[in-house]
Design a protein around this ligand. Structure first.
Ligand SMILES: Cc1ncc(COP(=O)(O)O)c(C=O)c1O
Length: 383
């Protein structure tokens, strides 16, 4: 029998079932899922409202080329449009986050006919060659160089440097409103405002990468709404189709006709089952008050993390249910001990323990996080 190539560190647990914020292993052991596959299960595992929509679509049709209309895509457009500020009138469909970034950059390049992409220290935008070129961390980039050469990295949050970064050769600036993989680092409002002003002044496109922050996780549908700064294009992915593969770029209405037919495309983009799931997920986001619940639960979880009494804990970072606990030591060593205490978590950067739970996390779940994190840090202090 063949084997699946290893991409990530493996933890030796076989997950067989999931429901809402929990998953179970083959021995029936329950875990609270604050990993959610890097945020993709934000609306819960097998959320009945999404699962029902997928089952219905499976009986209708799975595959319809983008050359034709189909009800699943129409329903998606109707529901998803409700989540968009007025300025954003056009959606470029893809199947993954990294492709969403690729298409956003292609739009900017085609519109401006310029070469240089401005990105920032500690950024993460994906692992295909274009997205990798604008991802900061050497660990991801180095083995694959040379990458796209015309990239200028500025210092994240250095608002005072922005006017020197962007010039007549800049096609776009791309930034995460809160850096996810880079360490759960929120952008400063003045920094995003400086980027907005300078890109507009120089005729460059401003792209926000909302693949991790978007779709309710930070307590707003889109994190940029918390900052009051609007980009020209933003990307989304992860939970938008309730856990099925999706990525998309949303742009100003006047960017809508940038591509000639055939100039850009993707076989699985807009897949009917994914669209049915994304329509149900978008409706659920509104009907269940997901953003308000993420805001409330996020405040409780942040408080619980800040009350972890350990000299290894430095501070809590993030917004809503995108939270990090910065530590004085490497965070990876705690993932396995947390698993043993029934908690799936992530790291971010080197020293940050990252939690991306589903929106329906309860007070009892938050207590479990508090106890598990306190316990593993106390033990490490004594070791
Ligand atoms: C901000 C950001 N951009 C892009 C990506 C890439 O998304 P995908 O893994 O779906 O290609 C990620 C994934 O973690 C991300 O967090």
């Amino acid at each position: 029998m063949a084997r699946i190539a290893r991409y990530y560190r493996e933890y030796g647990i076989r997950i067989v079932r999931g429901f809402m914020q929990y998953v179970w292993d083959g021995a029936g052991r329950q875990y609270l899922d604050c990993n959610t596959n890097h945020g993709a299960a934000f609306l819960g595992h097998a959320n009945p409202k999404i699962a029902e929509a997928v089952k219905r679509q499976l009986d209708e049709i799975l595959v319809v080329p983008l050359n034709f209309q189909t009800p699943a895509r129409e329903r998606f457009l109707e529901e998803f449009s409700e989540l968009l500020p007025a300025k954003f009138g056009v959606i470029f469909l893809q199947s993954t986050g990294t492709e969403a970034v690729e298409v956003a950059v292609k739009i900017a390049k085609k519109l401006t006919r310029r070469r240089t992409i401005v990105a920032f220290t500690n950024s993460f935008h994906g692992r295909t060659m274009g997205s990798l070129s604008i991802t900061w961390n050497e660990k991801y980039r180095k083995p694959f160089e040379p990458l796209y050469p015309h990239v200028r990295f500025g210092t994240f949050n250095a608002a005072w440097e922005v006017d020197k970064l962007i010039d007549e050769d800049t096609c776009c600036a791309i930034v995460e409103p809160i850096q996810g993989e880079g360490g759960v680092n929120p952008a400063a409002t003045e920094f995003l405002k400086a980027l907005r002003d300078e890109t507009a002044r120089r005729g460059a496109v401003l792209i926000f990468d909302e693949i991790q922050t978007g779709f309710g996780r930070t307590g707003a549908v889109w994190a940029f709404q918390k900052y009051g700064v609007e980009p020209d294009i933003f990307t989304a992915g992860k939970a938008v189709a309730g856990g099925l593969p999706i990525g998309l770029a949303v742009a100003r209405e006047d960017f809508g006709d940038v591509f000639e037919p055939g100039e850009h495309g993707s076989t699985f983009a807009g897949n009917a089952v994914v669209m049915a799931a994304a329509a149900a997920a978008s409706r659920l986001l509104r009907e269940e008050g997901v953003t308000a619940r993420a805001e409330r639960a996020g405040a409780e979880l942040a408080k619980a993390l800040s009350e972890v009494n350990s000299r290894l804990a430095v501070r809590v970072k993030g917004m809503g249910l995108m939270l990090g606990l910065e530590l004085r030591v490497k965070a990876e060593q705690f993932i396995r001990p947390l698993l043993e205490r029934g908690l799936l978590a992530l790291t971010a950067g080197v020293n940050t323990l990252r939690l991306l739970p589903p929106y329906m996390i309860t007070k009892e779940d938050i207590e479990l996080v508090h106890h598990a994190v306190s316990d593993v840090l106390r033990r490490a202090e004594r070791a």
